[in-house]
Design a protein around this ligand. Structure first.
Ligand code: SF4
Length: 200
């Protein structure tokens, strides 16, 4: 998305179109009112990529970290957010992580929520997450089996295809079309594909 097109207020409404990794981070952030560094980087750069500008990012994270004082936020977190937008330090313009990077580097430890659910969740936990989308059992099994076999991005792509298919059925758009996409390579690409298909 274009820079500045997304506001702090509009993020929750867009989260329906997030991939599982970002839905997980977004819901854990709401639950804990905090995210550890790996999660802040993964979600923060993703949100930057969908068009959340720096000022809105500062508002979004300040509100999300509602248990801390302004002083704690400014001292502990605001710098890193500005840094991600190239406004501090080396002034590099950091880009969102690819799926490959999320899957292959920096695996989540206890208390971390970053990573790729298709790669880092147990089979049971992944199935539970997939069930939340109210996919039929057979489809949950199909996606979970792909992940189990090590085809993480293929599993994520199949999940997207099925979600899009069900959405179209609900909105009566091309109800019979079987959707086949090429493999998702980044959470931001997933978002673009998912959002594009919900617009009338
Ligand atoms: Fe996120 Fe990519 Fe994993 Fe999908 S395959 S959940 S977009 S990291």
């Amino acid at each position: 998305g274009a820079a500045g097109a997304v506001t702090a207020e509009s993020v929750p409404g867009l989260s329906d179109s997030f991939p599982l990794c970002m839905q997980h981070l977004h819901s854990q952030l709401a639950r804990d009112r905090h995210l550890r560094h790996g999660g802040r980087m993964q979600l923060g750069l993703f949100l930057k990529g969908i068009g959340l500008g720096l000022q809105d990012a500062l508002v979004f994270w300040r509100r999300a970290f509602s248990a801390m004082t302004d002083d704690q936020f400014q001292k502990g977190y605001a710098y890193n957010i500005r840094h991600n937008y190239g406004m501090e330090g080396k002034r590099a313009d950091y880009t969102p992580y690819s799926c490959h990077r999320v899957i292959m580097s920096n695996p989540p430890g206890p208390g971390d929520h970053h990573g790729c659910p298709f790669r880092h969740f147990s089979a049971e936990r992944l199935r539970a997450a997939l069930h939340k989308d109210s996919l039929p059992d057979a489809e949950v099994r199909e996606v979970a089996d792909l992940a189990q076999a090590g085809h993480y991005q293929v599993a994520c792509t199949r999940h997207l295809e099925l979600r899009l298919h069900h959405r179209r059925q609900q909105t009566q758009q091309q109800p019979d079309a079987d959707i086949r996409l090429s493999a998702v390579t980044s959470p931001n690409q997933y978002f673009d594909l998912c959002l594009g298909c919900t617009k009338p």
